[in-house]
Design a protein around this ligand. Structure first.
Ligand SMILES: [Zn+2]
Length: 464
């Protein structure tokens, strides 16, 4: 790229870019008016210009993730860190990575002050620096564990909202962009941050939603027992389990993931109550934080036959969920039913801005959250195995193996849960696309991130 050395040419270009940006954003504000009004900070309204002289982006430990040196944008020295952080940081030569920090906070990074500069950058060559909450060590661990499989990992603090890890695959190195991004199937959907924008069949992780709906609406529902024979007619077709589980109550049904139990529970609750609880827990709306937003998780049973509706109660049918939504539900369970809003920008230099926690409305009662907390604890203790996650942290979790084809061969592997520990109070979600069983294939990915956190804590790091 040819460098622009002439200052007045640069100012002219930035002015043109400003007006182009203004037209774009005016249209954008018109379309999203309601959402924009709700945002406490609209600093990214002015995004225009490039990052050749932009500010630095740091991780939580002040590791430099991106900076500009001699008019060029350069990223972390470690290729794995660059790849692991691509979807959070973005790629300055390719704005296709929608919703990234370099996209949302471009104005701050290039030192563009909307209020005082009015179209003119106050200081052309010095932008603000941004410190993120992500930990490059956890990013790297998550990417290494996912390997060349497609999927997403998110870990965030259920007390403060700080996101320590958000990784999406496939990915690429923004320092050495591959030429075949558009043509190679291995890069399918590479521009998408799957942690926020991936919509997946949730499978059994959705049983937490059905269980919450049951606990909120039916007295003593957790004491109810059904006899699982491995297959049962609900409506005109069967709901099936992997094996006959015998007598199961809610705790056992979560632990061994009994489809028949939750198919019946959904059926007993009915469509209105199931929909109400799913929507309370984030379905059919977006999750937004720090200028980032997610796709909608979808729960729509309006056209479902009785049998399909029963299957919706076990996270099948047309139900789709984003990884951040899955993690948010675990975060609320860990925090007495109240989800903290995630955040990823810790601070912006020269701004008073320093993040503080904010909490949304309860998505379930304290009592319901406490019961689900105990059931997820029980599932790890009695089925998944505590030691498979971490030697240090005490983990509560729910796996999922989400069927996406008739033959059951292409299932998405899921795990969600949280660490009880004060030292690492994090909720998480992992999805491995077509990764097989959650038990076999998603648990090790979550465990790899925990193990990196353990190592960091042992070396003196604290996670707030
Ligand atoms: Zn069963």
């Amino acid at each position: 790229m040819r460098k622009i050395r002439n200052r007045s040419a640069m100012v002219l270009l930035m002015t043109i870019a400003f007006f182009a940006g203004l037209i774009y954003h005016t249209v954008n504000i018109f379309i999203h008016a309601e959402e924009w009004v709700m945002k406490p900070q609209n600093q990214h309204l002015t995004a225009a210009g490039n990052l050749e002289y932009g500010g630095k982006i740091f991780d939580i430990n002040n590791v430099i993730l991106a900076q500009s040196i001699d008019g060029e944008r350069v990223y972390n020295d470690d290729e794995l860190v660059r790849k692991a952080c691509l979807h959070v940081i973005g790629d300055d030569t390719n704005s296709n990575i929608f919703n990234s920090i370099q996209d949302i906070y471009r104005a701050e990074l290039i030192g563009y002050d909307f209020t005082f500069g009015f179209g003119m950058p106050k200081n052309l060559r010095k932008g603000k620096d941004i410190r993120l909450t992500i930990d490059s060590k956890l990013q790297k661990a998550a990417l290494t564990a996912l390997g060349d499989r497609k999927g997403a990992v998110i870990f965030y603090n259920y007390k403060t909202g700080a996101v320590a890890c958000m990784v999406s695959t496939p990915t690429y190195d923004p320092q050495n962009r591959p030429n075949d991004l558009e043509t190679n199937d291995a890069y399918e959907g590479v521009y998408l941050n799957r942690a926020l924008w991936g919509q997946y069949t949730p499978g059994s992780t959705f049983k937490l939603v059905t269980a919450a709906a049951g606990l909120e609406n039916i007295n003593d529902v957790e004491k109810k027992v059904i006899d699982c024979k491995g297959t049962d007619m609900i409506g005109d077709k069967a709901v099936t389990c992997e094996f006959s589980m015998g007598n199961v109550n809610m705790r056992e049904a979560i632990c061994y993931s009994c489809n028949i139990y939750f198919g019946h529970l959904a059926f007993e609750l009915g469509k209105a109550k199931m929909t109400e609880q799913a929507e309370k827990m984030g379905f059919n709306s977006r999750i937004k934080f720090d200028g980032m937003e997610s796709a909608k998780s979808i729960y729509d049973v309006s056209e479902a036959s009785p049998n399909k509706f029963a299957w919706s109660g076990v996270g099948q049918y047309t139900t789709l969920e984003t990884p951040i939504n899955v993690a948010m539900i675990s975060a609320a369970i860990a925090n007495e039913g109240i989800p903290v809003t995630p955040y990823i920008v810790q601070s912006i230099t020269d701004n008073e801005f320093e993040h503080s926690s904010s909490f949304g409305n309860a998505i379930m009662s304290h009592e319901t959250a406490k019961k689900l907390y105990d059931y997820m604890d029980y599932a790890v203790e009695n089925n998944y195995g505590k030691s498979r996650f971490s030697s240090k942290f005490d983990v509560c979790a729910k796996t999922g193996t989400a069927e996406v084809s008739e033959d059951g061969q292409d299932a998405h592997a899921w795990i969600t849960g949280f660490c009880k520990d004060e030292e690492f109070p994090y909720a998480f979600a992992v999805v491995v696309e077509h990764g097989g069983s959650g038990y076999d294939n998603a648990i090790p990915v979550a465990a790899a991130v925990m193990s990196a956190a353990e190592e960091a804590i042992n070396s003196g790091q604290t996670y707030r």
